[in-house]
Write a protein that binds this ligand. Structure first.
Ligand code: PBG
Length: 332
């Protein structure tokens, strides 16, 4: 009897048979030097506090942050993203504590650059951690963030970060014209070589919930839907990115990463500059919580979630898992 089955010329399983073959044929790689590790820095003289909704993430005093950064750098981490937590008592309606020379971010940047000069220190540029109302800029009488006044303040904040030694400025407030305003302010102060990594397509996402505990930046009233993007939008993300590229952004970011893999891919296909994606606090918290309950395998889910972000087209991934990945990769 002749075999009735057609010959199978294409057997996809051939290249999946051994670990060596799978590694040889692998398209996407996750390397530690593609990751950015976020750090929350407090003005306290010493010590640290774990963020309850983000196991393994700490609010660190400057000395603790410096030690952590030294170890991270030794583990192969090349970049950190700094968020500052100023004293509650110093917050005001515009967030002026954000551009003080002795502000928490400015002090942290100086200390980090002194202790670990090779580390790329990126600073998040926004006002929600510094205003007493928790919104990303000064408000009008109806409680809306005033765009153009915020731009001027962002320029001042950016220059103060650059002056402290920041290697990259990362504005996250989703104000119209923010990249152009920051670029002009930096250039005007002689910081023409400091790049801007713009949170270009940032969605008003419920996945930022744990971050607002970590950074003590929850809005006192309302939400951020007046300036961050609606989850239903896709073409609008391209318009946002296009504007930031035209204004001089050096790196554009999509955020959150996991829920926006389609956006990461569209941005990657359309714009020829480095794309970053931010795996945010809620994505991290979900994996940690499920792993703690034994419902998911921590390391495998972590690596798969990050590889998916890379596969979608992200060149750079901002993730709270950065040090876990570094440890895992070092072990092989
Ligand atoms: C500040 C900022 C936020 C995040 C990064 N920068 C919070 C927000 O926009 O509400 C979120 C990061 C995360 O959830 O991990 N504007």
């Amino acid at each position: 009897m002749p075999d009735p089955r057609p010959p199978l010329l294409r057997r996809h399983r051939r290249l999946r048979r051994t670990d060596a073959l799978r590694r040889l044929a692998r398209e996407t790689h996750l390397r530690v030097d593609q990751l950015v590790w976020p750090l929350f820095v407090t003005p306290e003289p010493s010590g640290q506090r774990e963020v309850p909704s983000m196991p393994g993430v700490y609010q660190m005093s400057v000395p603790v942050a410096v030690e952590a950064a030294k170890q991270a750098s030794a583990d192969g981490i090349v970049a950190v993203l700094i968020f500052g937590l100023p004293p509650e008592a110093e917050k005001d309606a515009v967030g002026s504590v954000a551009w003080r020379e002795d502000g928490v971010v400015q002090r942290a940047v100086r200390a980090l650059k002194k202790a670990v000069p090779e580390l790329c220190v990126i600073t998040d540029l926004c006002f929600c951690e510094y205003t007493d109302h928790g919104h990303c800029g000064p408000l009008d009488e109806r409680g809306h963030v005033v765009n153009d006044e915020t731009l001027a303040n962002l320029g001042i904040q950016a220059v103060s970060h650059a002056e402290a030694g920041a290697d990259v400025i990362a504005p996250s407030g989703m104000m119209d014209g923010m990249v152009g305003a920051i670029r002009a302010a930096l250039d005007g102060a002689g910081h023409t070589q400091v790049p801007v990594m713009s949170y270009a397509a940032k969605y008003a996402s419920a996945f930022y919930g744990p971050f607002r505990d970590a950074a003590q930046s929850a809005p006192a009233f309302g939400d951020r839907r007046g300036y961050q993007m609606d989850a239903a939008q896709s073409d609008e993300a391209l318009r946002e990115v296009e504007a930031d590229v035209a204004e001089g952004a050096d790196i554009v970011m999509v955020k959150p990463a996991g829920p926006c893999l389609d956006i990461v891919r569209r941005v990657k296909d359309r714009f020829g500059l480095p794309i970053a994606a931010y795996q945010v606090s809620g994505e991290y918290a979900m994996i940690k919580a499920a792993a703690q309950r034994g419902w998911l395998e921590h390391d495998r889910v972590m690596m798969e979630s990050l590889l998916a972000i890379r596969r979608a087209g992200a060149d750079i991934v901002i993730t709270y898992f950065a040090r876990d990945v570094a440890r895992l990769t070092r072990r092989g």
